[in-house]
Ligand binder design. Structure first.
Ligand code: GTP
Ligand code: MG
Length: 336
């Protein structure tokens, strides 16, 4: 009897061991898992974001810079810059200055062009002004330009720099605007203050600043409702938001205007109107990834003298980059 029990126990042990070995063999090894896993998304780059613009402009310029800088060359260069949305005023100015240098050949013209485009961006501070307690950033722009998405990206960067940030959902106009920012806030682990639908955006912003102070936040970022730059009363409402935040020992360090990079020359008109109404301190150019006309950065900064501070090159939270003029000119025209 004892012998039978021993045989059964031994058989169970052998079977269990065989089963374990088989199970280990079938289980994917860590290396297999890594090979099958989706690849980590590549970090966003200005060069990547401007790929379409570079292709379109590059094609035109490549043909051009093979020849001599004669009259046909100068008008073709103007056309190429206009097609990339550099704008009439900036294009005429740049081409005149390149021409005045009397380049002897196409290579010299190309290098002069690079210098003159870079000169449009020179001498401006592109860092975010984070003065005040808390530092206040008000984000404005027309409908759908990318304000809320930019705010989410920006909040992630600020918190990543160790600056506790509070978001104010002062878009009390559009249905679901607060929810949209709320989803981002939850995903990023950033605090949010919201008001009532249809409420006064200036009151929401003021209340948010009190709470930011009470909670020891370093930065308050205020989302506002998209508005047509030609609607006087809506621009007035925005003026009130900025005025209220400047009271009571407060200061608005940045009014960031978000411009959709695919809009074309209308972006310049938007920049003019928002600057007149609320004193824009910096431009965020979004959706550069979706356009072959990234030259709009030259038009806006060249005509208004307001620094482009950030660029959006995609919909992911990491797709917001500081605007680096040198990298921009290289990406636009190819390295010299
Ligand atoms: N491809 C691309 N899409 C972007 C970028 N920035 C924003 N978007 C998209 O643009 C659309 C509008 O973005 P929102 O952030 O809602 O724009 P908004 O200005 O807050 O819109 P309103 O509040 O309605 O005025 C969304 O689908 C975003 O994902 C960008 O840099 N690249
Ligand atoms: Mg929005």
């Amino acid at each position: 009897m004892l012998l039978v029990v021993l045989i059964v126990v031994a058989a169970v042990i052998v079977l269990a061991a065989a089963g374990f070995v088989l199970w280990r063999r079938r289980r994917p090894r860590p290396t297999d898992v890594r090979r099958d896993a989706p690849t980590v998304p590549a970090p966003a780059t200005l060069e990547g974001g401007l790929a379409r613009t570079r292709r379109a402009l590059g094609e035109r310029l490549a043909g051009l810079f093979g020849g001599r800088p004669d009259a046909a060359f100068w008008s073709a260069l103007e056309e190429a810059l206009l097609a990339a949305d550099v704008g009439v005023a900036a294009t005429v100015g740049i081409v005149d200055r390149v021409r005045a240098r009397a380049p002897e050949d196409a290579a010299a013209a190309r290098s002069a062009l690079r210098d003159e485009v870079a000169a449009v961006f020179s001498g401006r501070d592109r860092s975010l002004a984070l003065r005040g307690d808390p530092a206040v950033i008000v984000v404005v722009g027309v409908n759908g330009s990318g304000k809320t998405t930019t705010i989410a990206k920006l909040a992630a960067q600020l918190q990543g720099r160790g600056l506790p940030t509070l978001l104010a959902a002062a878009d009390t106009f559009r249905d679901a605007a607060t929810e949209q920012l709320g989803v981002w806030a939850e995903r990023l682990g950033v605090d949010l203050v919201a008001g009532q639908q249809g409420g006064d955006p200036a009151a929401v912003a003021f209340d948010a600043r009190q709470r930011a102070r009470a909670r020891g936040k370093r930065v308050l970022v205020v989302d506002t409702a998209g508005r047509l730059h030609s609607k006087h009363n809506l621009m007035e409402e925005l003026g009130k938001v900025v005025r209220v935040l400047s009271r009571d020992g407060g200061e608005v360090g940045e009014v960031l205007l978000v411009l959709d990079g695919t809009t074309g020359q209308n972006a310049v008109a938007q920049a003019r109107a928002f600057t007149a109404a609320v004193g824009v301190t910096g431009i965020v150019l979004t959706k550069l990834d979706g356009t072959a006309r990234g030259g709009i950065a030259v038009a806006v900064e060249g005509e208004l003298g307001i620094p482009v501070k950030l660029v959006g090159v995609g919909e992911r939270v990491e797709d917001l980059l500081p605007f680096d003029p040198e990298a921009f000119v290289d990406a636009l025209l190819g390295g010299s």
